[in-house]
Design a protein. Structure first.
Ligand code: ZN
Length: 836
């Protein structure tokens, strides 16, 4: 799964934070979930044993139909099980918030009622006799699933995760399709069918779904048959012949376009809303190539009968790897102009696909071992980027993920964690980002061939079963012949990361350089194998070292004074560091060490040292880096405090704004030029404002607006039609500033469409000022609700208190203005909403 909180974090991380007040910057840059703050250790209390296996699922057969008016599902389940080892005369199933109508044992062609108790969370059934280990039996359950009543009827153990979601079921919401989709992970599928809802269970599956005939359906495995019914409905039967975990069961129903593709004779399809049928291949079209790449890399061909992807409205997470049918949130649906800036969903598509091996074929044995799912899926994003877009793109993915972990404030957690507050807490920057980096580091340590052979061995040994981190270690030890406990103990069963302080002492007289490295973190010392490259006289000498102590010094001889000593030459370590290289070292590193991170570090150094002429010249060069991400970084690094730098950069930026082949680089140049407010740029902006890229057009419009606001306003009618992204945000900013009542619907829509993050935060106070002038009470309420909705997804932790308080304060101002204007209804609504 790509988790919502992870996406939330990503949105904050990806947006530039430098334009905002310093106090706020700190608050937004250090995201920590509610239970994740470093000081809070309440999660350490309860040991989370893996679920004991008393009965094992064998086969699950369901027949379901839907009541759209009540948001109910009527279900019949035939569940085949067997005692795992010890004999038993009872069966406990998870069944959340259901109305249970009948429980029986299947005998021949009939059934025999069974005694049971039900506490709205679990169904405990007395079987007709004691069953021996592996002796199969089938129970029949007639039930009603009522996801929207969960909390009302549920026990204390039931969360508000509904498992089964009816979207706009009665069609009351205009402009929103009617859909049904399910979300099982972690243990929510037992809202819509009785099961043993644990990741260490596996079952084959058959689902008969009866739906209005205007809708298409999707589920796991293959569509075995379709039957038209006398009442105008249709019954689709989906069959999954290979066992998988209950949390990976899925149903989707809706009015979709089904765009067909294939991989080696297997069906691959994309279920999108009809408006997106024409761009579905641009969004999902790499899928067959990804399947081929991962199949080859792992030495295991795609293990399932087909692979479909579907987009769901109002989805509660980022995306979910249901076996053979991944569900994506609606951000996956991008129009042609958005795709001009690049497919923002490509890495998620890769992530969910890789889960079909790591997660679906071999499943984490318990949520404590979630790393066996999510770290691999995270790592697969690096693998795909590197394969498809080159080493720089792969390195960028891996490095950005590591930064996400380093800034997460979650470094006090072990990767494999037998203690946690809530199982949902496992879906964090440790299980995802840190785990992915650890795999990439391991790959580098053992070498590609050994690494992928070990993954292959782990998968074939444990396929259709479960895995934990120790089983991965055994596979690596078998392949490499090395003891790897040290690696697993510090990275999988330990917390934190090394913080390295690196200093150099050159002694030209003696002809030697000593590199002094200190691990300054509190807690354990890490064992670190890495290389130290010495660049002198045009040659690079690689030295392989092991650091095993808190401090260590390494001395290397030279005849010519080195231009650079480069610790961790491949920039592969999971670490934070401070490095005392000089400007000349960094410039040399950019040109000669030349990996993505080598270049990125040099640009970062340059962002803070623009009083130096050599650095300024270097930064101008870096604006033409071979990799687009670093070209953007170099432009972003321009320090507006340095008049010399700005002077030198402006002519270059004008060229880049026109000539760079990447829209996002042109857009970054325009973003900077727009802030300069030089009238001679007007023709440049006027041309670019009609670019097909939303980011180019949006920044160009901002340039025009900064020079001539009246002219920008006259352009809006022609630009508003299909505006999204940066263009929509700029239009919204202009409309907010001009505050005309007739613009409210557009402004509201744009505000709603902004992803939770920096840009939305910045737009909120303006949006509230505008709200104070809105005279239509219904529209006003909708706007207030939207602001509160945003405030409420900001993590309720100390780090974000600033942002939450700012938003509440802006709403209080709205209330005060309305009250002063005598509009009591408006003010009361805000005050009441704030008091909830
Ligand atoms: Zn995932």
């Amino acid at each position: 799964m790509t988790h919502e909180s992870n996406h939330f974090l990503m949105h904050f991380m990806e947006t530039p934070l430098k334009k905002i007040a310093a106090g706020c910057l700190v608050a937004l840059a250090s995201y920590a979930g509610p239970a994740a703050a470093q000081g809070d250790t309440s999660w350490r209390q309860e040991y989370r044993a893996s679920a004991p296996k008393i009965n094992d699922l064998v086969h699950t057969k369901l027949a379901v139909s839907f009541d759209y008016d009540k948001s109910f599902m009527y279900g019949k389940a035939w569940i085949t099980l067997e005692p795992h080892f010890y004999p038993t005369d009872s069966l406990t199933l998870d069944a959340k918030g259901m109305d249970i109508r009948k429980v029986a044992l299947v005998k021949g062609s009939g059934t025999e009622p069974l005694k049971y108790t039900y506490d709205s969370s679990q169904l405990t059934i007395r079987l007709d006799k004691t069953y021996k280990g592996k002796e199969r039996y089938t129970v029949y359950i007639d039930y009603v699933s009522r996801p929207n009543l969960l909390k009302a009827v549920g026990s204390a153990a039931i969360t508000d995760a509904r498992g089964l979601y009816f979207i706009n079921p009665t069609g009351a919401e205009k402009d929103k399709p009617t859909q049904i989709w399910t979300q099982g992970e972690t243990e929510s599928n037992s809202v819509w069918f009785p099961t043993i809802d644990k990741p260490d269970q596996k079952s084959t599956e058959e689902i008969e779904m009866t739906v209005p005939s205007k809708y298409v359906t999707l589920s796991n495995g293959l569509l075995a048959s379709q039957r038209k019914n006398a009442d105008g409905s249709r019954t689709d039967t989906w069959k999954m012949d290979l066992p998988h975990a209950p949390y990976l069961f899925f149903m989707g129903v809706g009015d979709y376009a089904v765009v067909k593709d294939s991989y080696e004779g297997k069906d691959v399809a994309y279920y999108v809303e009809k408006d997106y049928a024409s761009v579905a291949r641009r969004i999902f079209g790499y899928t067959p190539e990804m399947i081929a790449f991962y199949s080859k890399t792992l030495g295991i061909d795609f293990p399932w009968a087909k692979y479909d992807q579907i987009v769901g409205r109002d989805y509660v997470s980022g995306a979910m790897e249901n076996t053979t049918c991944t569900l994506h949130q609606e951000s996956a649906q991008q129009n042609a102009r958005e795709l001009t800036d690049g497919n923002g969903w490509e890495s998620t598509i890769a992530h969910e696909l890789f889960h079909q091996w790591f997660g679906d074929l071999v499943t984490c044995e318990s949520w404590s071992n979630l790393t066996m799912n999510e770290s691999f899926a995270n790592f697969s994003e690096t693998l795909w980027a590197e394969h498809k877009h080159g080493k720089d793109a792969g390195d960028e993915q891996n490095y950005t993920d590591m930064q996400g972990y380093l800034q997460s404030g979650e470094s006090n957690k072990d990767l494999v964690r037998f203690y946690y507050h809530d199982k949902e807490d496992m879906f964090d920057a440790v299980s995802y980002n840190k785990g992915g980096r650890i795999l990439n580091m391991l790959r580098h340590y053992v070498g590609d061939t050994a690494f992928f052979r070990a993954l292959h061995l782990y998968l074939v040994t444990n396929k259709f079963k479960t895995g934990e981190a120790q089983q991965l270690r055994l596979a690596f030890e078998e392949v490499t012949g090395q003891d790897l406990n040290w690696y697993w103990n510090q990275w999988y069963y330990g917390a934190g990361h090394p913080q390295l302080k690196i200093d150099y002492a050159y002694d030209d007289a003696a002809g030697k350089v000593t590199v002094h490295i200190q691990q300054t973190q509190t807690g354990n010392v890490f064992i670190l194998p890495f290389s130290i490259d010495v660049y002198a006289g045009g040659n690079k000498t690689r030295n392989q070292v092991w650091m095993r102590t808190r401090e260590a010094s390494y001395t290397f001889p030279y005849t010519t004074h080195p231009d650079l000593v480069n610790v961790d030459g491949d920039k592969i370590l999971l670490c934070a560091k401070s490095d005392s290289k000089t400007a000349a070292n960094y410039i040399y590193q950019y040109k000669h060490a030349a990996g993505y991170v080598d270049r990125k570090e040099a640009i970062e150094f340059a962002s803070k040292h623009q009083d130096d002429a050599a650095i300024r010249a270097f930064l101008l060069d870096a604006m033409h880096d071979r990799y687009k991400g670093l070209r953007i970084d170099a432009i972003d690094a321009i320090d507006f405090q340095s008049a010399d730098m700005v002077q030198a950069a402006l002519p270059e930026l004008q060229k880049i704004a026109v000539n760079d082949k990447e829209a996002l680089v042109r857009s970054k140049a325009l973003e900077v030029l727009a802030e300069v407010k030089d009238p001679s740029y007007l023709p440049l902006f006027e041309k670019a404002v009609h670019d097909s890229s939303y980011s180019v057009a949006g920044n160009a419009l901002n340039g025009i607006y900064n020079l001539d606001s009246a002219k920008a306003l006259t352009l809006l009618p022609g630009l508003r039609g299909d505006a999204k992204g940066t263009l929509a945000a700029t239009i919204s900013k202009i409309l907010l500033n001009s505050a005309r009542p007739e613009d409210f619907p557009f402004i509201l829509k744009t505000y709603e469409d902004l992803a939770p993050g920096q840009a939305k935060f910045e737009a909120t106070s303006k949006f509230c000022q505008f709200l104070a002038q809105v005279k239509d009470l219904d529209k006003f309420k909708q706007g207030v609700d939207d602001v509160l909705k945003f405030r409420n997804v900001i993590p309720d932790s100390e780090n974000y208190a600033f942002a939450r308080n700012m938003i509440s304060g802006a709403l209080k101002n709205v209330s005060a203005k309305k009250r002063a204007a005598g509009e009591t209804d408006f003010a009361d609504y805000v005050d009441h909403a704030l008091s909830k």
